[in-house]
Design a protein around this ligand. Structure first.
Ligand SMILES: [Zn+2]
Length: 130
C-alpha cells in the first residue's frame, strides 16, 4: 500500500463532495433498478468520474474551495429542513402566522382565543384567533 500513499501525496483525496456524489450514485443506481431506465446510469457514471477527478486532482486549493462552497450550501439546506421538521412538530401546540408587514413567521401557542401579536422583527401588531 506504500505506492498508493506515495501516489496520493499532493492530491485532494476523498472529501464531503465525493461522499455526496457516491451517495447520489447509489440513489441513481437504485432508481435504475426500480424504474428500469438504464439511461439514468450515464448520470451515475458522470458522478463517479467527477468523484475520481476530485480525489486525484492536484489542484488541492481549488478543490478545498469547492468543498467549502458545497458545505455552506449543505448547511443551509439542512438548516431549512430542520426548521421545517420543527414546524411540523409544533403544529399541535402552536400556530404559525406570517407578519403582514415583513412576512416573518411567528409562532403563537394554540387555544388562547383572540390575541394581539407583535412581530419580533418590525414590531407590527396584528390580531389573530389562535
Ligand atoms: Zn414583521
Amino acid at each position: 500500500m506504500k505506492w498508493l500513499r506515495n501516489f496520493m501525496i499532493g492530491r485532494n483525496g476523498v472529501d464531503q463532495i465525493c461522499i455526496a456524489l457516491i451517495i447520489a450514485y447509489f440513489v441513481i443506481s437504485m432508481l435504475v433498478t426500480f424504474t428500469g431506465i438504464k439511461e439514468l446510469m450515464i448520470i451515475g457514471y458522470v458522478l463517479w468520474g467527477v468523484c475520481l477527478f476530485r480525489i486525484l486532482s492536484r489542484d488541492v486549493i481549488k478543490r478545498r474551495k469547492e468543498n467549502m462552497i458545497f458545505l455552506q450550501w449543505w448547511n443551509k439546506v439542512s438548516y431549512k429542513f430542520r426548521n421545517k421538521s420543527n414546524e411540523v412538530k409544533s403544529m399541535k401546540t402552536h400556530r404559525i402566522f406570517k407578519c403582514p408587514n415583513c412576512k416573518l413567521k411567528l409562532r403563537v401557542p394554540k387555544g388562547k382565543g383572540k390575541v394581539t401579536i407583535t412581530c419580533s422583527r418590525c414590531k407590527t401588531e396584528f390580531s389573530k384567533r389562535t
